[in-house]
Write a protein of this length. Structure first.
Length: 92
C-alpha cells in the first residue's frame, strides 16, 4: 500500500515519519513495475498502483463489515474516520 501511495503521489517520500524515514520513489515504482506491470498484467505503473489501492480498500471495507455484523452492529450506524498514520476509528 505504501509503494502504491508513493507512486500515486499521495505520500511524500521525503517526509515519511516526520522525515526520519526516507522512501526511494524509484524503488516503489520498480517493485510495482517488476511484480505487476510486466506479465502477468501488462499494465502501466500508475494503473497498477490504483488497482492495489482499490483492492486493499475493498478488502478492509469487507473485513470491517464482517467484524461489525458478527458483533450485531450495523456498520451504517457508524462513521469511520482516519487520522495519524491512517489509523481508522469507528465512532457512533
Amino acid at each position: 500500500m505504501t509503494d502504491a501511495n508513493i507512486v500515486l503521489g499521495r505520500l511524500n517520500p521525503d517526509f515519511l515519519l516526520d522525515g526520519d524515514m526516507r522512501i526511494f520513489r524509484h524503488l516503489s515504482e520498480s517493485a510495482i513495475r517488476e511484480k505487476l506491470c510486466r506479465p502477468p498484467l501488462g499494465i502501466g505503473t500508475v494503473e497498477a498502483a490504483q488497482g492495489i489501492v482499490r483492492l486493499i480498500n475493498s478488502a478492509m471495507s469487507r473485513a470491517i463489515s464482517i467484524v461489525s455484523l458478527e458483533r450485531g452492529r450495523d456498520p451504517r450506524d457508524f462513521v469511520m474516520y482516519a487520522y495519524g498514520g491512517g489509523w481508522p476509528c469507528a465512532r457512533r
